[in-house]
Write a protein of this length. Structure first.
Length: 258
């Protein structure tokens, strides 16, 4: 978890970046690929998924929800890199806290991208987080602000930064600091969400009020057309999940018809 001092410094940084949008790295002179800026994509994957019952009597093993989103994740990465081979991915996962897998992830206090090969290896090895600690419900998405702010600080001028949040267990919805997330949104961060929490039957009670507040906030983001609108998906089947990830692979500028 971030200290109060780090949180405060992050807020100050975001305010200064908003005042001086040209303060990011000015040395980028390469033409945008096909007329669209380079995209930096933060993939935040919730590994705290419930285990599913066998899909049929002929399948003896039990499956995790993550098993069903591996192919959609591969589609997302493949299509995005096909659209622009220079796109970069940053991997974050939710387990007993926020984890940042990869080598030299925070070298020189900057969150560095994961190579394409490492991303596909990560997806192949992706597993459910087995622990069921009460602390899993105390996560705060505000703790992602500092890592994201280091990406924003080091970004080239013509860069689009996007957070794709994949939620999978409504019993442990992370806390959201709406004010600070709005600051990131106003700075240009695009926040997309795939909410898989209702794609399966849960084996325990969910906090309906907390889930409602989170969903209301995310839907409000997707309805905001003053900036590039966010996407919010709540697929009910595996096929719908695949379609959601396919749509997310397209550059956000196309949402405005640019």
């Amino acid at each position: 978890m971030l200290t109060d001092e780090t949180r405060a410094n992050t807020v100050v940084f975001l305010i200064e970046m908003a005042k001086n949008p040209c303060s990011r790295n000015p040395e980028f002179v390469e033409e945008p690929f096909h007329g669209y800026p380079l995209e930096q994509i933060v993939l935040c994957i919730d590994r705290r998924t419930p285990t599913l019952s066998p899909p049929s009597p002929n399948v003896p093993s039990r499956h995790c929800l993550i098993d069903y989103i591996k192919d959609p994740l591969r589609i997302l990465v493949t299509e995005s890199l096909s659209f622009n081979p220079l796109n970069e991915f940053f991997i974050c996962e939710i387990a007993d806290g926020f984890r940042f897998p990869g080598h030299n992830t925070f070298k020189d206090n900057i969150w560095h991208p994961t190579s394409a090969d490492d991303i596909f290896d990560y997806i192949s090895d992706l597993r459910e987080y087995p622990e069921r600690s009460p602390n899993l419900a105390q996560l705060d998405l505000t703790d992602l602000l500092y890592p994201i702010s280091t990406v924003m600080a080091d970004a080239y001028e013509f860069t689009t930064l996007r957070l794709i949040l994949i939620l999978s267990d409504s019993r442990k919805v992370p806390d959201l600091d709406l004010e600070q997330l709005h600051q990131l949104k106003n700075r240009g961060l695009i926040i997309d969400v795939v909410n898989l929490t209702q794609a399966v039957a849960l084996d325990g009670p969910s906090p309906p009020l907390q889930l409602f507040q989170v969903e209301k906030f995310l839907k409000n983001l997707s309805d905001n057309h003053e900036v590039i609108p966010s996407y919010y998906f709540r697929p009910s089947t595996v096929e719908e999940a695949k379609k959601a990830f396919e749509r997310l692979s397209v550059h956000p500028f196309l949402r405005l018809g640019k």
